[in-house]
Design a protein around this ligand. Sequence first.
Ligand code: SF4
Ligand code: SF4
Ligand code: FES
Length: 218
Amino acid sequence: MKKIEIKISGNPISAYPGETIVHALWAAGMAESVQTGCAGGVCGACTVTLRYADGRPGGTELACMKPVEEGMEIFPCPVEPDKPVEPVANANGLTLQSIFPTVNRCTKCGSCTTACPMSIPVMDSVMRMQEGCFDKVTEDFTTCIHCGLCRFVCEDKVKPHSMGLWIRRSLGKSQAELKIDVKNSERVEKEWQYLLVEGKQERIQRAKNFRESGGLPE
Ligand code: SF4
Ligand code: SF4
Ligand code: FES
């Protein structure tokens, strides 16, 4: 197969069309150019920004999922983890605002939604955070892989990802009935089998059902 040329931080390398950026870098002996973890779109480690040769708008991507194209320019974009914030039981919108005062700085620019590789409606979720609609926020962030790109691109330092994570942890802390009863391991085993079904859409749907009902379907 004919190879194409791409650039990583300005350095040209050749790659096979359709292979992922990470595979192209591995084959070129440049594995360390971009951070990697799972190599399967789950851990959020391999964040990059891109430019296309044909002038299409570039943007943020996961290098382990993005296929290379002729003339593509890749710039590693490691996102520093944010300091974790302790969850608070029975938190509401006011609690959130006191811990993350930046929540009200959102200018609705939409950059966070555009940057999210998991197609999460991040900006809409920030609006829901402002309104204290935490149940919906936890649902929005179900598929978040914690890459931090939404936080990275936010000029106003709103920290959507950090708030989403904090809300999910705070709701978990509030719901005593969701605490895992380690003595009842048979039930826990059944719940995991139900939740870890093959197929992404079905998995997400089951996670939503489980969260809403607090257990397995009747
Ligand atoms: S990037 Fe920041 S300011 Fe823009 S919509 Fe997202 S949270 Fe709001
Ligand atoms: S919500 Fe933010 S941290 Fe989560 S996957 Fe999307 S961009 Fe990454
Ligand atoms: S290496 Fe884990 S998401 Fe890319």
